[in-house]
Design a protein around this ligand. Structure first.
Ligand code: GLN
Length: 281
């Protein structure tokens, strides 16, 4: 009887060891990336596959780290929280580095530049920033040209954050000193594509969104919408990968891999594959 119990115990211990080992090796081998795959050309779905600049750069990073990339497609607004609490190893989603986000996560070195641009419907009364803001002599906005204006954005993106601010910060909202919004002119959508649909059906007067997805949306809606050109960029920003604050080891590895991929031309090659030469990005 004793023998049976000790054999059974050995089996249990062995099984525990196997399970523990496989769990550990699984964690070490898989790099889980959270993204929002509705942001062409950085991340989007083609057929059954995730494709785009971020997807390819992340794949190359994972390869350098000897890991397998696993992509989790989630809402943009839940990436940072999920990374911070260790649900995902990293977040990569054409994500702009901001001071506020830096309170929750660390960012890698930057790998791309993003520009916030304004999309309007063909024939719109808005042809430049001068049709949105009244400026003082120093070029600072002091009032809205049309207080009835509505702007569509993807929720929780920098387009949302900037336009939700008050006029002194180039926002479109009326915000009191304590931060209370008295007039909200921003309409928030789950994806940029939904914001663009709202623009086409006159639910909003303009959409503020990153330059490259803006170009993709315009190309898909030729003759119906366009990007304000000339000196009408809304903001210039850096894209980077976010990692949990305590995971400095992974951040270092990512930065090391990124540096190598920039150095050997891989990043440029990936960007060129998705973005036509001569584009501003
Ligand atoms: N660059 C913007 C941001 O970081 C938008 C990113 C996105 O929609 N994927 O907020």
């Amino acid at each position: 009887m004793k023998k049976i119990i000790s054999m059974a115990l050995t089996v249990v211990m062995l099984l525990t060891a196997v399970v523990a080992f496989s769990a550990c090796s699984k964690d070490d081998e898989v790099l889980v990336m959270a993204t929002n795959a509705a942001f062409p050309p950085y991340e989007y779905v083609e057929g059954e596959e995730f494709v785009g600049i971020d997807v390819e750069i992340a794949t190359a990073i994972a390869e350098k780290l000897g890991m397998e990339l696993k992509i989790e497609d989630v809402e943009f607004g839940s990436i940072i929280g999920g990374v911070a609490e260790g649900k995902y190893d990293m977040g990569m989603a054409g994500m702009t580095v901001t001071e506020e986000r830096k309170q929750s996560v660390n960012f890698s070195d930057t790998y791309a530049t993003g520009i916030q641009v304004i999309i309007v419907k063909e024939g719109s009364a808005i042809a430049s920033l001068d049709d949105i803001f009244v400026f003082d002599d120093e070029g600072n906005p002091t009032a809205l040209k049309n207080p009835e204006v509505k702007v569509g954005v993807q929720q929780d993106t920098t387009g949302d954050i900037y336009s939700s601010d008050d006029i002194t910060n180039w926002g479109l909202n009326d915000v009191e000193e304590d931060g209370t919004v008295t007039t909200d002119r921003v309409v928030r959508y789950k994806t940029g594509a939904e914001a663009v649909e709202a623009l086409k059906t006159d639910k909003v007067d303009m959409v503020i969104i990153d330059n490259e997805p803006a170009k993709s949306f315009v190309a898909a809606n030729e003759g119906k919408i366009h990007i304000l050109s000339g000196d009408n960029e809304y903001a210039v920003e850096d894209y980077a990968i976010c990692v949990a604050k305590e995971n400095t080891e992974l951040l270092e590895k990512i930065n090391h891999a990124l540096a190598e991929l920039k150095e050997d031309g891989t990043v440029d090659k990936i960007v060129a594959k998705y973005i036509n030469a001569g584009s501003s990005n």
